[in-house]
Design a protein around this ligand. Structure first.
Ligand code: FAD
Length: 288
């Protein structure tokens, strides 16, 4: 299929892009990598009157580490995160998860901020942003807002980017010392969207026990889900088989997934329980 007719603008300044989005009478949409929007337009699931292309705004095209924080501008492609050894060293959970996004062609066009703004509930980046406690900066007609990842993802394909706004940056704070990571997902084929996935961070204390844990599941709810009861069970434990069995039980109790054409709710529940324990074990193993 081909998209419906639309107008197209490619401003070179953020302010000009915001001005184009500010007209309430025009159904305008931002386009970044086009890897989700163009298929949606081809299937007529999205029929914007005007596309505002961010690709010529040089000021948005950056990935930099600034005072220990990783800052990713709206023009940065997903693949750029995989090219810099400093990013891999500082945020190995992020790069491990990004490697699971589609195929190299998708990652070299698709942007980090586009994936976050689009918020597919089975996408990797929203879950990674919650796990890594990222902060989003959104620019709009009345200035900028900063939103923690925990509040940014609202529901299926809905983030807290309001009409007329652009997600200009995602910022990932430094990961604490003595923290290990784990990432796992189940997809039918390598490169397919995940059915269910999990991302985890575990910090080791000086006493050799778990000092802190974050476990985030995706593909089981309308947005990335913190497995808080399982996290609490891990803290103070020795990270061994007993607590991992408890993690499985607590995650199975906590999730309430829906069935769709890809997997039953029961399959998703079991998969989430096992993946949560797997990433917790991997993360703990990487602390030592
Ligand atoms: C074959 C295929 C396989 C894929 N597999 C995966 C996968 O396994 N995992 C995965 O996570 N994704 C996957 N994707 C999607 C891919 O990651 C997209 O790149 C991503 O979802 C959207 O980023 P984009 O830059 O392409 O955004 P676009 O497609 O340009 O835009 C998507 C939506 O976000 C909005 N938007 C984009 N940027 C901004 C911004 N800065 N501010 C506000 N709104 C914005 C647009 O208006 C649009 O509504 C796949 C895509 C394809 C085609």
């Amino acid at each position: 299929m081909k998209p419906a007719r639309f107008a197209y603008e490619a401003p070179t300044e953020l302010e000009a892009a915001l001005a184009l989005l500010s007209d309430d009478l025009v159904d305008a949409r931002v386009i970044a990598g086009g890897q989700s929007l163009v298929p949606m337009m081809n299937f007529r699931l999205a029929v914007p009157e005007l596309l505002v292309d961010l690709n010529r705004i040089a000021a948005l095209r950056y990935v930099r580490v600034d005072g220990g924080t990783l800052r990713i501008g709206a023009g940065a492609r997903q693949a750029e995160l995989l090219r810099d050894p400093a990013i891999e060293a500082g945020w190995p959970l992020l790069t491990a998860g990004v490697r699971h996004i589609g195929h190299p062609q998708i990652r070299s066009r698709g942007t980090v901020c586009g994936s976050l703004a689009h918020h597919d509930p089975v996408a990797e980046l929203p879950a990674l942003a919650v796990a890594l406690d990222a902060t989003m900066t959104v620019a709009g007609p009345s200035g900028r807002r900063r939103i923690p990842a925990a509040d940014f993802f609202v529901s299926y394909y809905e983030s807290d980017v309001q009409p007329g706004e652009i997600l200009v940056e995602a910022a990932f704070p430094p990961v604490e010392a003595d923290t290990g990571w784990g990432f796992a997902e189940i997809a039918r084929r390598r490169g397919d969207f995940a059915l269910v996935g999990a991302a985890g961070l575990v910090r080791a204390g000086a006493d050799g026990r778990v000092a802190a844990a974050r476990l985030v599941l995706f593909g089981v709810a309308e947005r990335p889900l913190r497995a808080t009861a399982a996290e609490q069970a891990l803290v103070g434990s020795d990270g061994g088989e007993d607590v991992l069995a408890r993690v499985r039980e607590l995650v199975a109790e906590a999730v309430d997934p829906v069935a769709d054409g890809h997997a039953t709710a029961e399959y998703r529940r079991e998969a989430a329980a096992h993946l949560a324990a797997e990433v917790a074990a991997d993360a703990w193993g990487r602390t030592r």
